[in-house]
Design a protein around this ligand. Sequence first.
Ligand code: KG4
Ligand code: ZN
Length: 347
Amino acid sequence: MKILGIESSADETAASVVQDGHKMLSSVVASSLDLHTVYGGIVPEIAARSHIETIIPVIERAMSDAGTDWIDIDAIAVTNRPGLIGSLLIGVMTARTLAIVKKKPLYGVNHVLAHTYANFITETPLPGYSLGKPPKFPALGLIVSGGHTQLMLYKNHKDYILLGQTKDDAVGEAFDKVAKILGLPYPGGPAVDKAARKGDPTSVKLPKARLPNGYDFSFSGLKTAVLRAAQAMAGKDFTFPSTQLPKVLNAGQKADLAASFQKTAIDTLAEAVKAAEAQFKPSSVLLGGGVAANQSLRQTLTKSLRTTLLCPDIKLCTDNAAMIASAAFYWHDKADSPYKLAVIPSL
Ligand code: KG4
Ligand code: ZN
């Protein structure tokens, strides 16, 4: 079964053809990131306009890269939740129209859950991908992205429990906000990751949030603690504007703050996964989402867990459509109406 996946929930316009949930025949991702960098975050109107311009060429490219014609496509899968409303609308309306015109079943996919399905892509003729073995159930899923931080227990496909999630900022959002405090470019994750390599992760004492449900997370306080530590390092009090900090901190101080923040955030995630591993004894642990690209997170989890950790190829950690097509394959039963499939910005 070949599924055409379409993804447009944030700033990436993506399309991919995946066969039987695991064989990625093509994956095309066009990002409007450069247009947002000057604003230090995604501008929803710019993202939506950019999706309109690129979605058809991206789909055409994914079809031709896969060597497929419409006759070969068995179904269309599209992210319909959660995400930016204008961005989601472009993908969903395109998918609905194609489903009607090409007479294909349509499946609306949950973007957050789909992030773990990047681990089910285990085969591809495309060069430059490093893919792992098929995940085994029961599996723990740690989804760490710019919008979400969730710990899931998958007993099987379609049979899962949400063990915990962030109560405020997502961990990727915390990376992005700390990057801003340090004057590093958007998106902050890769920039903080790079700066952290030159810093001492034990130099700044930062708090780890503990919540009543040990599997929930909170990263908003950590971000504020980094701000206070940065102000103190610069010899200023808490009224000193964060926008001025990049000018008064030197490179060594920035690296120490980045390293200490990154270690605290990663240790917080790793402790929750370790506790869930002890309680649920999974057969595999699946990492997914943009922050899964972080090597230090991967190393810390690998060291602290007894269970096999599966991480998607870096290109499949950030938003892509292969994970959408794969999730639809394992989850599909009743198709959605191409006349009615709605977008759900917030779950
Ligand atoms: O999954 P994703 O592409 O989009 C969402 O669904 O949110 O994740 C984007 C997030 C951003 O917050 C970005 O800063 C973070 O992933 N990120 C990283 C790294 N690469 C991307 N965070 C930490 N370390 C990285 N190497
Ligand atoms: Zn995402």
